[in-house]
Ligand binder design. Structure first.
Ligand SMILES: Nc1ncnc2c1ncn2[C@@H]1O[C@H](COP(=O)(O)OP(=O)(O)OP(=O)(O)O)[C@@H](O)[C@H]1O
Ligand SMILES: [Mg+2]
Length: 223
């Protein structure tokens, strides 16, 4: 089918804990259509972040396949994989993953510069994205000079600054107040309305709010 943007088949991710093996993602298969807004829900430890990591090409699965925009991601070499990630995907990390030695603007600029854009273009895009998440006055603050919620918003700005086809967001509003949560969810909805595909991990309690499609995980399996 033409309009499928992510095709996941028999995806499994195992972790070794000493002698024991943990199936963090256990043989899951699903399709995501272009322009869809998908939510992944489930209890703590059910495998949500692990699944999102595999989909966002930040980690390699133990077995199974992930096709994105028709590309079998297993066939990409490391360089192609990085380029694919930098140009087509945006990722909001659950723990923000900001570089402590770079200020907000520089953190957002990293994927743009790595993707081969000029410094002036990257700076402009970074400032626009930071403005969108309500951080106009914090361009020069280092992560240690930002609140948890502000760091989370820098992470969101970094994920959207290159206009990715797909945005992966791991609990992007977990540490925000109601007002900022609304701002961020409206922003994500706007991105979705303009055609971007959104895959977002959230808590079960608020899953009815905007996403039509929900994937619920329990012990690494879809239930
Ligand atoms: N690198 C790792 N090595 C070993 N075990 C891991 C690793 N990463 C995750 N796990 C385990 O895999 C399981 C799934 O973890 P994951 O982070 O995907 O859960 P989650 O659903 O995102 O939870 P939360 O809601 O708390 O963020 C957990 O049991 C976790 O301990
Ligand atoms: Mg998680």
């Amino acid at each position: 089918m033409k309009n499928i943007i992510i095709e996941v088949k028999n995806l499994t991710k195992k972790f070794k804990n000493g002698d024991a093996e943990l199936l963090a993602v256990n043989n899951v298969s699903f399709d995501i259509k272009k322009g869809e807004f998908i939510r992944i829900i489930g209890k703590s430890g059910s495998g949500k972040s692990t699944l999102l990591y595999q989909l966002g090409l930040l980690d390699k699965p133990t077995s199974g396949s992930i096709k994105i925009s028709g590309v079998d991601t297993k066939l990409l070499n490391d360089k192609q994989r990085t380029e694919f990630r930098l140009t087509k995907l945006g990722y909001v990390f659950q723990d923000y993953a900001l570089m402590p030695s770079l200020n907000a603007q520089e953190n957002v600029m990293i994927p743009l510069l790595m993707g081969g854009n000029s410094t002036s273009f990257s700076k402009k895009q970074a400032q626009d994205a930071l403005d969108k998440v309500g951080l106009k006055t914090k361009f020069n603050n280092y992560p240690s000079q930002l609140s948890g919620g502000e760091q989370q918003r820098v992470s969101i700005a970094r994920a959207i600054c290159n206009n990715p086809e797909i945005v992966f967001a791991d609990e992007p509003t977990a540490n925000l107040d109601t007002e900022t949560t609304t701002l961020i969810l409206n922003l994500i909805n706007t991105l979705n309305k303009s055609g971007q595909t959104i895959v977002m991990v959230t808590h079960e309690a608020d899953y009815t709010k905007s996403a039509k499609c929900v994937i619920k995980l329990s012990d690494g399996k879809i239930v």
